[in-house]
Design a protein around this ligand. Sequence first.
Ligand code: PLP
Length: 400
Amino acid sequence: QPELAERMSWVKESPSSRVADRVRAFRAAGKPVLPLTIGEPDFDTPEHVKDAAIAAIRAGETKYTSANGTPALQSAIRARLERKTGRPYGPGEIAVGGGAKQLIFLAFLATLDAGDEVIVPAPHWVSYPDMVALNGGRPVLVPAAADTGYKLTPELLRAAVTDRTKWLVLNTPNNPTGAVYSKAELAALAEVLRGHPRISVLCDEIYDEINFGAEPVPSLVSVAPELRERVFLVNGVSKAYAMTGWRLGYAAGPAALCAAISTLQSQSSSCPSSVSQAAAAAALDGDQTFIRETVAVYAERREVLVSGLAAIDGLRPVRPDGGFYVWTDAARLIGARTSGGTRITTDADLAEHFLETSGVVVIAGDSYGCPGHFRASFALDSETIRKAIAGLAASISKLR
Ligand code: PLP
């Protein structure tokens, strides 16, 4: 068998996949599990989107497409981005890929040379640091504090910049915290970036439609249009339209970067699925009722989960402004002992204790670069959320 590359000795499987395996193993053993780990909408893809995909298959749209997408998808994306940012993006300024995830990976592959640094504010989505490292870069984790809503501040940004900084990753709404950067917060970060023209910003806005605020989630490019030439805006249909399995993401940014991504795509995957592209075009162009309806349901579940967690001694949940996760400070439970006498020394121990004693699965904060916390999802029905809260309360009552 072929010897694996050196990089395989350090790259980690995504914690979300690891936990999903754990859940499957528990279920297979006949043990009940309450997975607060779900990272995707529990809704079905809207019917009109499925119909568009079926129609595309019947019309013979089953061949390779241009690496950067069909004209129909390109135009749907450009219209969406213009509505969101208030400015048009040209055809050469769009990239399309097999999920936002692939586009982020390709953006790093296209731009990072050995030793280039990427500032990743923590708590961060699990994949950024490994993606940076796999492409030869150095992830620079910048822990953000609870009292600023776990958001990057201008001071933290200024202190993290070096001569090697190539990218800043900005994820709003944030996974795992649900934090949304306000216009003023983005403007303050933009002010720092103005002094560092070599730094580009990867804005991951994949959760922007799952927004509980009165205003749309602000985008750095609208707040600071003069930075547009160095902002790579990443989005996709996975979360907004319950289309995670279709694997379709899109991005907008500098033409040279989009062309580079297209070249890399042409040599790796050729193009995203033609059928998924037709579905995504229908999702972006079509009726948007689905988003309104599902966000109303998420909003109810958010209250169930936040209030349930807040009522448990030792937990301090953060009410999210967007996305479908509740980030929870559990630091007060670290150091406690289980009834069997085992000491809980890390948040991973705590997550294991929840699983073993009540079947509730959460993802430990360590995976997000922020120990002492956990992430709980509300992409599942309120009844299951209530059962999970009761389970967590029972597990925590067993700690001394
Ligand atoms: N970015 C963030 C912050 C995410 O949480 C996820 C999915 O969990 C992605 C990107 C990837 O989305 P996609 O399904 O479009 O690849």
